[in-house]
Design a protein around this ligand. Structure first.
Ligand code: ZN
Ligand code: MN
Length: 454
């Protein structure tokens, strides 16, 4: 079939574990430590050292596999992928390969309501990261082996995406899912989540694009590359399968030297690692964005609010606290989206809860939540309840308003009932001028009693 555009993605995800994939060195994937301090004979690949697979890394991968509805391979195999590169001086990477990979044939929906399209996942492989190479301004390359051996999952999709927007939706949802599973911070700037893109146009050979460092850049690189391939084809040229680099400064892709793109990896099973018995692992997926979204819809949260909350894991963590509380989730959702999402630091769910059940009227609640940035819920409630107008205050205010607006009052009594809103406004203004906040429900009640009871 000649699809106009077909896009496949390959993602390398660093896992959040305390130690590396095959040794007990610290996994410092945020580069907090001095270079080359978390290293040992195993992650440097010294002859005779023995790699031992990291249990947590296997669990994390199985969790991801489950959340992506993959078929789990209960007898995965580690292989040596042989190649030499300065960041891999031991000459091979321990990885998984083809049928030996830990999981196959999954899928990820592009929409949170699982309507419409999904992208098929071909496989998940567990492997080790290479060292980090750092280009210096004077043209040297420095190597940091702290990264060497950090657990990596390679996630390979089928070429199911047909536009840069679909690729973007896939990557956003995959990252979100990973954060919900809490298996990685998936921070693209720190290299936790690295994307290679494959794209083909009109049934031609596919081109791989490397070095794309943000979701925004994936979209830019794809837009450029799709147009470039279409232009070539319209000039009567055919596209050869090759690898290109994305140059985000000039906004173009450039071909890589053929030598770098072509490799013969001579895979063979890693003889130093015994067979992993995946049957021994119990994993449980507690939370995922799709379930979170449908849960909120079931509880009558507006779909736009639900989407905003689910896509911001910090909002969702707070929302979760309210699921088993006797409060209107719809109202909590509004507070989260309209007030809390724009605060510099989000208050704890328990503090928000205290304000909601404090009996503060709705118009005051919003202000109260904002004060959580620098005060705790108890003292906010105490202060605000103290400044709330009571029935007596409201009656006094209504009296003054009637005195000052005799003409409107007479008209109201004659039957001009739409003046009620005018009086509401005046009374609230009057209260505010005397430093009181009022519950609109109470104002309405007192006002109608006093206007009608002439
Ligand atoms: Zn080590
Ligand atoms: Mn890989």
């Amino acid at each position: 079939m000649n699809y106009e555009v077909r896009i496949g993605l390959e993602i390398h995800l660093q896992l959040k574990t305390s130690t590396k994939m095959f040794c007990s060195c610290k996994n410092d994937y945020n580069f907090e430590d001095e270079p080359n301090t978390n290293i040992c004979p195993v992650c440097l690949g010294y002859p005779g050292s023995l790699p031992v697979p990291n249990r947590k890394a296997v669990e994390h991968t199985l969790k991801l596999a489950k959340a992506l509805s993959c078929r789990i391979n209960y007898k995965p195999v580690f292989y040596r992928k042989n190649y030499f590169y300065p960041d891999l001086p031991k000459g091979y990477q321990i990885t998984q390969y083809g049928e030996g990979s830990i999981a196959h044939e999954g899928k990820l929906f592009l929409r949170l309501d699982k309507q419409g399209k999904y992208v098929r996942i071909a496989r998940l492989s567990l492997e080790e990261d290479t060292a980090r190479s750092i280009q210096t301004s004077d043209g040297n390359v420095l190597l940091d082996f702290n990264r060497s051996g950090i657990p990596l999952v390679e996630i390979v999709t089928y070429p199911d995406m047909e536009s840069p927007e679909e690729a973007k939706a896939f990557l956003e949802n995959l990252r979100l899912l990973i954060m919900y599973l809490d298996i990685s911070d998936a921070d693209m700037e720190k290299g936790h989540f690295r994307v290679d893109v494959n794209v083909s146009v009109l049934g031609n050979e596919r081109v791989e694009i490397k070095n794309v460092n943000s979701i925004r850049e994936v979209v830019n690189a794809l837009e450029y590359e799709i147009q470039r391939q279409k232009d070539e084809i319209s000039k009567g040229k055919t596209i050869q399968r090759h690898t290109r680099m994305w140059d985000d400064i000039s906004g173009i892709t450039r071909p890589m030297r053929r030598k770098e793109a072509e490799k013969d990896y001579r895979y063979f099973p890693e003889p130093d690692i015994p067979m992993l018995n995946v049957m021994d692992y119990k994993v449980h997926v507690e939370d995922d964005p799709y379930t979170a979204f449908s849960l909120l819809l079931e509880r009558n949260v507006d779909p736009n609010y639900a989407e905003t909350i689910v896509r911001n894991i910090e909002l969702w963590k707070r929302m979760k606290f309210f699921l088993d509380k006797d409060v209107e989730l719809k109202e909590v959702a509004k507070l989260l989206v309209n007030v809390i999402s724009s605060m510099d630091s989000y208050p704890e769910a328990e503090q928000i809860f205290k304000l909601i059940v404090s009996g503060l009227p709705r118009n005051v609640l919003k202000e109260a939540v904002k004060q959580l940035e620098y005060k705790d819920a108890d003292s906010i409630v105490e202060e605000l309840l103290g400044s709330l107008a009571d029935e007596n205050d409201v009656e006094e205010a209504v009296k003054r308003v009637i005195e000052n607006n005799r003409k409107q009052y007479e008209e109201y009594i004659q039957g001009k009932k739409n003046l009620f809103g005018f009086f509401m406004g005046q009374v609230r203004k009057e209260l505010r001028n005397s430093g009181k906040e009022a519950d609109p429900k109470l104002v309405k009640e007192v006002l109608s009693r006093m206007l009608e009871g002439h």
